[in-house]
Design a binder for this molecule. Structure first.
Ligand code: BG6
Length: 480
């Protein structure tokens, strides 16, 4: 089923639009998932003709889309949907011009994708309303970060909520669109096997790591004001934590799923006072080598302050105060310019209560989200030969191989289609975003109060040594 729709992308010349959104729309077009009448309109301040914008988009899409999936005919038919309109989103009059350019919406769904800085969100929503462009079939998509603190997120949510009711607001967290992240729900809620042991009593601890080799690229100006806590922990890592820790929703729909996630966020134990020092680690990369290449220290990156104390790495020990998880630490870690790019969740089970065969290792379940999608369960097995010598073996499910014939959808393809179809199950609800900031803010304030500067770590390493100590003091280790 496809739906007649106009998709308008504010920030149409930005990296997100050109690198992620247009390639995702191209793929959806290629596989016939967009309505024949659907139009895509990129909006930004610079003056481009339609043809010049299409040429720019083609260059970026070609670089992004696998060669086998890109052909000229398909591109031409996609480009026929693609238009550009130069406007200044801070100028009300420009929205009047936009309305004229678009013509009457009628029953068409109109999606406004705000791929802009969050300080423009409120203004854009209000201009859309004044220009009569926020009718009942209009939807708005907000990219993270929604604000930079609880009060600023509340202000944005209130301003957006004054124009669009909650069912028409799509707060995107692209991690929720990743196949393996959705597989985490399938693993937990479509298999009876794990549920009885998915709790305190059987699980020793959980680790969630999102490690990147990239630095801040061209995003220094944004990143230096955000840091890893706001850029990654507040959204992606907390969302992963919610999916690991939530109770089974009664239905797989937007309200039921999000109700359960909010309960987890509300049960996070506050980290404040001295706990900030003991349970959190901040780091910032210094010069080093990634894949044999020298890379500069963070404070020498473009548009970053030379004496910046923004963190590019965070590790946290988190507790969830509810019956299922009391006493089970969740260790969260994310950083830029680390040794390798990987996103993984490790569920470390407790050892057997009585060791029959000498020291055995406890079971662990590893869910790898990227680079490859893999779920593997480590079990103990007998080594062949005489004597009961045990050794860990992996029960390995390689999802790319299991579904070999299927091209893996990019997160944005899935999420853009959900917006067009009006399904907000994989988007963050207002109270979810605010509950996350409510827990994050005291940690950031604690860092400021205790002057907790980021610890340097060389680019290409696994982060500052203090992050290892966080686990070692409890007799644990990060998975490597
Ligand atoms: C974005 C962050 O939301 O996620 C980036 O702003 C980060 O800083 C990116 O690099 C990571 O996403 P992925 O899909 O590459 O893991």
């Amino acid at each position: 089923m496809s739906i007649p729709c106009d998709m308008l992308v504010f920030g149409g010349t930005g990296d997100l639009a050109l690198h992620k959104l247009l390639p995702a729309l191209y793929h959806l077009h290629r596989v016939g998932r967009l309505h024949a009448d659907m139009r895509i309109l990129a909006l930004a301040r610079s003056q481009h003709s339609r043809a010049a914008y299409q040429a720019l988009a083609e260059r970026r899409c070609r670089a992004q889309v696998a060669r086998a999936d890109f052909d000229n005919d398909t591109w031409q038919s996609f480009a026929a949907r693609l238009d550009y309109f130069a406007m200044d989103a801070s100028q009300g009059a420009d929205f009047g011009r936009l309305g004229k350019h678009l013509g009457a919406a009628g029953e068409r769904v109109r999606v406004y994708y705000l791929a802009t800085a969050p300080d423009l969100f409120e203004e854009i929503a209000s201009h859309l309303q004044i220009a009569g462009l926020a009718g009942p079939h209009a939807r708005i998509v907000l990219e993270k970060p929604i604000g930079h603190s609880l009060p600023s997120a509340q202000a944005i949510n209130a301003a957006i909520g004054a124009v669009f009711d909650e069912s028409r607001v799509f707060r995107i967290d692209h991690y929720l669109g990743k196949e393996t992240v959705q597989n985490l729900m399938a693993l937990r809620f479509a298999n009876a096997l794990f549920e009885p042991v998915w709790r305190a009593g059987h699980i020793d601890h959980v680790q969630i790591s999102v490690c990147e080799t990239l630095g801040v690229e061209n995003r220094g100006a944004y990143y230096d004001n955000a840091g890893a806590m706001r850029d990654m922990i507040q959204n992606h890592l907390l969302q992963l934590l919610c999916l690991v820790a939530m109770e089974a929703p009664v239905r797989f729909d937007a309200e039921a799923v999000r109700n359960e996630k909010v309960k987890v966020l509300e049960a996070l134990k506050a980290i404040s006072g001295l706990d900030v020092r003991d349970k959190t680690v901040r780091g910032q990369y210094s010069a080093g080598k990634i894949g044999g290449q020298e890379v500069p220290a963070y404070y020498f990156e473009k548009n970053v302050d030379n004496d910046s104390d923004t963190e590019t790495f965070v590790a946290l020990q988190v507790e969830i105060e509810n019956w299922r998880w009391a006493g089970v630490p969740f260790y969260l870690r994310t950083g830029k310019r680390l040794a390798r790019k990987t996103s993984e969740i490790l569920i470390q089970f407790k050892p057997v209560p009585h060791q029959l065969f000498g020291d055995g290792e406890a079971n662990r379940l590893l869910i790898r989200l990227q680079p490859e999608e893999r779920i593997s369960l480590q079990l103990m097995a007998k080594h062949p030969g005489k004597g009961m010598h045990l050794q860990p073996v992996e029960l390995d499910l390689n999802l790319a191989q299991a579904f070999r014939q299927k091209r893996r959808w990019d997160a944005y393809e899935r999420l853009l289609l959900d917006v067009i179809e009006g399904d907000s199950t994989l988007f963050m609800r207002r109270d979810e975003v605010e509950a996350a900031w409510n827990w994050i803010d005291p940690i950031i304030q604690g860092w400021q109060q205790h002057h907790q500067s980021p610890r340097p770590y060389p680019a290409g390493s696994s982060g500052p040594e203090q992050a290892n100590l966080l686990l070692e003091l409890a007799g644990r280790k990060w998975m490597e």
